[in-house]
Design a protein around this ligand. Structure first.
Ligand SMILES: Cc1cc2nc3c(=O)[nH]c(=O)nc-3n(C[C@H](O)[C@H](O)[C@H](O)COP(=O)(O)O)c2cc1C
Length: 356
């Protein structure tokens, strides 16, 4: 099994490598009759695109999407939707050292151990270039769930967190960090730039909230909505932790503190007085906002020498030249949002299939 696909009813597969001619996604199971054009996809790719500030990789990729199939007269036909994005700015010579020795923290050794052979140019298939394909597929998924609004943002970089009291959703688009706290964004300018100039890198926490998810999506037990979200988020490059709702903090609470009390609400649905659960109970959405937190590790490709071994097993040091993100979590925001949309679209259709 090669595991390049995700989802059940709304299912997508991605293909391509960092330094190949193109990358892309094939979306299968999309309902027919939805209005879809490149203009519906491009804004999300533009948000993930590299080279937009000094705080991301300087690789210049226009990331222009082309829809090759599955759309006729501006509407989805119900047949596979193929989305293609050309790679135009590869610099394979930067990866000469990576061909000979493994970058600790990157996938180089693990790919060699598994396949005995790897495309080292830009990390090949293990490059986060692949995440552009997910973002494109996620844009299609959003058309399936128009009732849902998805908001992603960075809540911490290098251990420096936003102040929840300063949270302002309108700020997210005003700075290069997708940060909802203007003061934190100002601090991060120096923090990330110092790390970049030192040839180092920083980790980050991305939070994502989906509002408008009705009660009833998700399925016990082996397709719990929280399990599917955790799997989706963990499949993103460099993600090392996922929390739903209060996550690990819930383990420090008492039962009465962690409860989400209910009072009679509108239209027969309860009104919740808190949302520690992150909008999911028993693997099924409750109608509350679905909240996910995702921990991104610091970029492993850095200019500071790290001890490693060569393919022949000789001791060596490696510094990784080339163009890399000093903090991959920043561009992780649109990817997290896309995975949220993909999981929710799949579960909306699964719910409809079983419960009508
Ligand atoms: C948006 C994004 C951009 C990334 N850019 C880089 C990068 O420039 N250099 C790098 O070494 N890793 C980068 N990564 C992380 C690697 O792709 C990832 O660490 C690698 O595939 C190994 O997988 P793992 O960290 O999930 O174990 C990026 C990740 C994301 C989500």
């Amino acid at each position: 099994m090669s595991f390049n696909s995700f989802g059940r009813v709304f299912r997508f597969s991605t293909w391509g490598e960092s330094h190949g001619p193109a990358i892309g996604a094939m979306v299968d199971g999309c309902p027919p009759g939805l209005a879809l054009s490149e203009a519906d996809v491009q804004p999300f790719l533009d948000k993930r695109r590299p080279g937009t500030s000094k705080f991301t990789t300087q690789r210049q990729e226009p990331d222009q999407v082309r829809i090759l199939s599955g759309v006729f007269e501006g509407k989805t036909t119900g047949t596979p939707i193929s989305l293609m994005i050309e790679n135009v700015d590869q610099r394979s010579k930067d990866y000469g050292d990576v061909a000979k020795a493994y970058r600790p923290g990157h996938a180089d050794y693990a790919y060699d151990a598994k396949y005995g052979f790897r495309d080292y140019r830009g990390g090949g298939r293990s490059s986060a270039r692949e995440t552009a394909s997910r973002v494109a597929a996620g844009a299609v998924a959003r058309l399936v769930i128009p009732e849902v609004t998805i908001l992603g943002y960075v809540s911490a970089i290098g251990g420096d967190a936003i102040d929840p009291a300063h949270f302002d959703a309108a700020e997210i688009g005003n700075n290069p960090f997708f940060c909802p706290d203007a003061k934190a964004a100002a601090r991060w300018e120096k923090l990330v730039d110092d790390a970049r100039l030192a040839g180092s890198s920083l980790g980050a926490v991305v939070e994502c909230v989906a509002t408008g998810v009705p009660a009833g999506w998700g399925a016990p037990l082996y397709a719990k909505l929280d399990a599917e979200l955790a799997s989706a988020m963990m499949s993103i490059n460099a993600v090392k932790g996922v929390e739903i709702g209060d996550g690990f903090a819930a383990a420090a609470l008492r039962g009465e503190e962690n409860a989400d009390p209910m009072r009679p609400g509108d239209a027969g649905a309860p009104a919740f007085l808190a949302n520690h659960a992150g909008g999911i109970a028993g693997g099924i959405s409750t109608g509350q906002p679905v909240r996910v937190r995702v921990a991104f590790k610091p970029t492993s490709s850095i200019l500071i020498p790290v001890e490693t071994v060569t393919r022949e097993g000789q001791a060596s040091d490696i510094i990784t030249k080339g163009r890399h993100d000093p903090c991959v979590g920043i561009r992780g925001v649109p990817v997290v949002e896309a995975m949220m949309a993909l999981v929710l679209a799949d579960h909306k259709l699964l719910h409809r299939a079983q419960c009508g």
